[in-house]
Write a protein that binds this ligand. Structure first.
Ligand SMILES: C[S@@+](CC[C@H](N)C(=O)[O-])C[C@H]1O[C@@H](n2cnc3c(N)ncnc32)[C@H](O)[C@@H]1O
Length: 286
């Protein structure tokens, strides 16, 4: 008796999720039309810091709501969708919102859309679909923001994640929404050399990179220093390094912009009492 009750309890817990999953993805793996709730659209645009000067591309634009809202913030945008009726609806919605000059919609396959102009890419697709887009997204200009509603991008860890209850959402797990942000990282892997004439002379950095995550080794005066913290956000590299330089213990805070084979910025060195800022120009080692 108890066992039967338990079975009903398990079935009751699982069934709603199974039904939701079925209604969300078509059997052939394509992505159906489901709207992002307006509150989530607002969060997505805020997370990506969309502003005047941005060019936003929404992959699978539905009724155009993401691009229309981005245009209201001063951005220009392109929405692509396979469904011509949705593209017409989105175009009308943009005109009604008086942003028709900034928001464009095209009948186009996501996989045939040129993303190179984007400073922001938005999507509400399915994880399998996103995973196929990973190589193209990762190859975008460093600093490009990608924001997704309910769907990771393969094994690329997000830079920021927001979870929210969305009772109005017709699909998904129990009225919850997840919004994630990725910032395309610059390629900084390899060996770098820098001359800090006032502080240690020649420095050498070895960087192992996995997406935006870095493992860094730093050396000067024949000694390895302790790299306590690293961050890569688009082109911006930050390193916190401590150790002996000239036989005194120092704390170093390197901040620079990585472009191609150069990192340019500055390093703040301090003992706790004194603090000096030096330029930091690193070049990829030949
Ligand atoms: C879940 S809806 C999202 C709509 C809108 N972006 C939003 O968040 O409200 C996904 C949209 O992607 C479109 N879509 C699916 N596969 C596509 C493809 N390969 N190329 C272009 N659009 C596609 C569908 O027609 C649908 O409108």
């Amino acid at each position: 008796m108890k066992f039967t009750r338990l079975l009903f309890a398990i079935a009751g817990a699982i069934l709603p999720f199974a039904l939701q999953a079925q209604s969300w993805a078509w059997d052939d793996g394509t992505v159906p039309y489901v709207q992002t709730p307006m509150e989530i659209v607002e969060r997505m645009l805020r997370m990506a810091e969309v502003h005047t000067g941005d060019y936003v591309i929404d992959l699978g634009s539905g009724d155009g709501r993401i691009i229309v809202e981005a245009a209201k913030r001063g951005a220009r945008g392109l929405g692509v969708d396979l469904d011509p009726n949705l593209v017409n609806l989105a175009t009308r919605n943009a005109q009604q919102a008086r942003v028709g000059d900034k928001a464009r919609f095209e009948v186009r396959d996501i996989f045939e859309t040129d993303l190179s102009r984007a400073s922001v890419v938005t999507m509400y697709l399915l994880p399998d679909f996103n995973a196929k887009l990973l190589p193209r997204l990762l190859a975008l200009k460093p600093g490009t923001r990608i924001v997704s509603h309910d769907g990771g991008i393969g094994d690329w860890p997000a830079d920021e994640t927001l979870a929210m209850r969305t009772p109005e959402k017709p699909v998904g797990v129990g009225g919850n929404s997840k919004v994630e942000l990725w910032i395309v990282p610059a390629d900084v892997h390899g060996d770098w050399i820098a001359e800090l004439s006032g502080h240690g002379g020649a420095w050498r950095f070895h960087i192992d990179q996995h997406y935006q995550m870095l493992e860094v080794k730093a050396q000067t005066q024949g000694r390895e220093l302790l790299v306590r913290n690293t961050r890569l956000r688009g082109e911006q590299v930050k390193l916190v390094v401590t150790g002996l330089v000239g036989n005194r213990p120092w704390h170093h805070y390197f901040v620079g912009q990585a472009r191609g084979d150069a990192i340019d910025g500055e390093v703040t060195v301090s003992t706790g009492k004194e603090q000096t800022v030096y330029p930091w120009h690193a070049k990829r080692a030949p």
